[in-house]
Design a protein around this ligand. Structure first.
Ligand SMILES: [Mn+2]
Length: 416
């Protein structure tokens, strides 16, 4: 993306901010898990959306007061000692070049700048990224910063910025759609390589490694911990241990994603470990596939993902009754227990509200599944679709998903 994209995004947010307010978006920090070992750094996706810069300990500040609209980027001073350990740090000039922001200050100058605005009552509301914390876990960095502001500026009201950034990020620009298509292209190649090289006796993690190999070789990263779940493991929605042997006669569910330039493809395919479906597998698989195709055929602007999910449940009620798996329509929940769609973008589960009507330019997953423990069978088929003016376009169409196409692909195995 070039800096026009980021500048445009910032202007859109400035328009939404009320007079007398500021918005504060930290880029994130490197967090330790033990001793001096740190978790891999993940840039805050809102920060990235407005700057294109990937570096810790920066803060983006929007200010709007008395006919003034300002965007200030605060960055750490270049520290030559630290550079010897962790590499070159960004200069002001480099940050300006990437983001198009011209007002850049150092972190030790930011507090005074904000203090003077607050002291003059120019700012009465601060929008921050307020996050849900997991039960029993310490507060997140962003919530900590919000509390700190509340303590230092008790007269300033703290509000959640997320609804405003969500409204912008939900609908993808043409550049973002192109970036997603590039991620899909690499994801598709990685899936094809993995599917071709699946055989009985291999470990689930070998499939994850095959997928990751292709993604990384093409300059991407995996978007989330790969799920490779064979046999009954497939009935656990987020099974990530991936340490079982894939047995002859089982199906293996693979929910894996690529992150290329931070745009994400999130795909699930479920295939027979030995390359050929048996009759029962084929029957259940084709119900899920029909559900996937049905939701793709109805998805269009105006519907919500809650409505799509209800339509899928109605569809399943009929098909599962026909298949003799349920007697009452209410029993669908026995075999299908998640939502059919989520928004996709810079985050795998991008910011989204299930009751917002779909709009052209949104990218969502379509991922029906059926999980039947008594058959040791978990099947999910997930595509990524772009909502268009009157329907949707399947971005992940090139990744085989019919019984015939999967069997044909797997018959041309690369390894013995
Ligand atoms: Mn998904």
């Amino acid at each position: 993306m070039d800096r026009k994209f980021y500048t445009n995004n910032r202007n859109n947010l400035l328009q939404k901010l009320p007079q007398g307010s500021m918005a504060l978006i930290p880029s994130g920090a490197v967090l330790n898990y033990s001793l001096d070992g740190s978790y891999p750094f993940e840039i805050n996706r809102d920060f990235y959306y407005f700057t294109g810069i990937e570096y810790q300990n920066m803060t983006l500040v929007f200010m709007k007061y008395t006919d003034t609209e300002r965007v200030v980027l605060s960055i750490p001073r270049v520290d030559p000692t630290q550079e010897k350990w962790t590499g070159k740090m960004f200069t002001k000039k480099e940050c300006a070049y990437i983001s198009g922001i011209d007002e850049i200050v150092y972190n030790d100058e930011l507090d005074d700048m904000i203090y003077s605005l607050m002291a003059n009552f120019r700012i009465n509301t601060a929008y921050m990224l307020l996050e849900n914390t997991r039960k029993g876990m310490p507060d997140t960095l962003n919530n900590y910063i919000a509390h700190d502001y509340k303590r230092r500026y008790p007269l300033c009201e703290i509000k959640d910025l997320t609804p405003m950034t969500m409204a912008l990020r939900l609908v993808k620009s043409p550049e973002e759609i192109e970036a997603t298509k590039e991620s899909v292209r690499i994801c598709a190649q990685a899936f094809e390589h993995t599917m071709k090289n699946t055989r009985p006796g291999m470990m689930e993690y070998e499939n994850a490694a095959n997928f990751e190999y292709v993604v990384r070789k093409n300059g991407g990263k995996v978007a989330f911990e790969s799920i490779v779940a064979s046999g009954k493991n497939g009935t656990v929605l987020h099974y990530v241990t991936n340490n079982n042997v894939m047995q002859d006669g089982e199906m293996v569910l693979m929910d894996m994603g690529s992150n290329v330039g931070h745009y994400i493809a999130d795909v699930t395919r479920t295939i027979p470990v030995n390359g050929v479906f048996d009759e029962r597998q084929k029957e259940i698989y084709n119900i899920v596939l029909a559900g996937n195709e049905y939701i793709i055929s109805v998805a269009k602007p105006g519907l919500t993902t809650t409505q799509l999910n209800k339509m899928l449940i109605g569809f399943y009620a009929e098909k599962l009754t026909e298949a003799g798996l349920i007697e009452e329509k209410t029993e669908v929940g026995e075999y299908y227990y998640h939502g059919v769609s989520h928004s996709i973008g810079l985050n795998v589960h991008d910011i989204h509200n299930k009751d917002i009507p779909l709009m052209p330019g949104m990218i969502i997953s379509v991922e029906p599944g059926l999980y039947i423990e008594k058959y040791s069978l978990g099947i999910r088929i997930e595509d990524d679709v772009l909502i268009t003016e009157d329907g949707c376009e399947v971005l992940t169409h090139m990744i085989p998903k019919t019984v015939e196409d999967i069997e044909e692909l797997m018959a041309n195995k690369e390894i013995e």
